[in-house]
Design a protein around this ligand. Structure first.
Ligand SMILES: C[S@@+](CC[C@H](N)C(=O)[O-])C[C@H]1O[C@@H](n2cnc3c(N)ncnc32)[C@H](O)[C@@H]1O
Length: 300
């Protein structure tokens, strides 16, 4: 089931970040006081995030025999690989053709061969086939990409009675749309208030809700520094070279793309996507939701 879609700008951003920063994960990291905030420590901070999730899953699934998980939006498959190495039975769903090539390469190196990789969006999973299949659905920084109504309509049918959703992602805080400096400079995330309302109306109960915003926000400072201090000077050099070598063509292309360029300059290179702005407008949360035992039929 291959979802052949054009690469979106958000997907391109994820892929560039992964390639330029040379990391295996596409999630933020956890930056606690003992870890210096530096580009060299990004992979370590990401592994701390993974360790937090793995410890949580071990606690939640301690009483389940051979639990089966669905890793939703599995990125490069690095977390999926670690889950499989811990002995969980895990399937994955991921719509990105480029990332899925990496996931398949990774899976081919592993001993376990019973993982299904659904190459589509969560919304397009074959829900009827997968009824009551999973003990836990994991959304590691993928929750924000999926419409809330789709999640709450389909998740109950995928889970066994008492099954859980584990969500680690950022949401829009109550400050969203206040019109102040930095408002809406970061896209992405469901409104936290909408999420709580959707849970209220669903068959799930919140069992754990932890605010990790200030533990992940140093990532934003690093990214902002990298964009403004590294990427910006590199782009200026390329611009100078192109203007010297192909002046007419470069001027024409820049004029044609002037609106997009101005938007990208404001968004990525103006320095206003700061750690403080992120902490004000986003709320990064680790959540565990549990399905009421009697609610596992598919709601269509
Ligand atoms: C920020 S990355 C997180 C990747 C990985 N879970 C991790 O923790 O490193 C978001 C992932 O969600 C996937 N994604 C985007 N839209 C999706 C959708 N509608 N359904 C399922 N996955 C989606 C992307 O392709 C990408 O793999």
């Amino acid at each position: 089931m291959i979802d052949k879609e054009r690469m979106s700008s958000r997907e391109l951003g994820l892929l560039l970040a992964q390639q330029l920063l040379d990391v295996e994960d596409l999630h933020y990291g956890l930056w606690d006081a003992d870890l210096e905030v530096s580009a060299g420590n990004i992979a370590l901070a990401q592994q701390r995030y993974t360790a937090l999730l793995l410890a949580l899953l071990a606690r939640l699934l301690a009483d389940s025999k051979q639990p089966r998980l669905l890793d939703i939006g599995c990125g490069t498959g690095h977390l999926l690989q670690q889950l499989l190495q811990q002995g969980y039975r895990v399937d994955a769903v991921n719509p990105s053709a480029h990332l899925n090539r990496l996931v398949r390469e990774r899976l081919a190196t592993l001993a376990q061969q019973d993982t299904s990789l659904f190459e589509c969006r969560f919304e397009a999973l074959p829900f009827q086939q997968l009824q009551h299949h999973y003990d836990l659905l994991l959304f590691s920084e993928s929750f924000q990409y999926i419409p809330l109504p789709d999640i709450f309509a389909q998740a109950p049918g995928l889970l066994r009675p008492g099954g859980r959703l584990v969500i680690c992602d950022f949401f829009k805080s109550a400050a969203h749309c206040d019109g102040e400096h930095g408002d809406r400079s970061f896209s992405g995330g469901h409104l936290l208030a909408d999420f709580y309302r959707a849970v209220e109306a669903s068959a799930f109960q919140i069992r754990h809700d932890e605010d990790l915003t200030t533990r992940v926000s140093p990532n934003i400072a690093l990214l902002d520094e990298w964009l403004t201090r590294r990427l910006q000077p590199a782009l200026l050099c390329i611009d100078e070279y192109l203007l010297g070598a192909y002046p007419k063509l470069t001027r024409m292309l820049k004029w044609l793309a002037r609106r997009k360029l101005a938007r990208a300059r404001y968004k990525y290179l103006s320095g206003h996507r700061s750690q403080a702005v992120f902490e004000k407008y986003k709320s990064y949360r680790l959540l565990v939701l549990e399905l009421e035992a009697a609610s596992t039929q598919i709601n269509r």
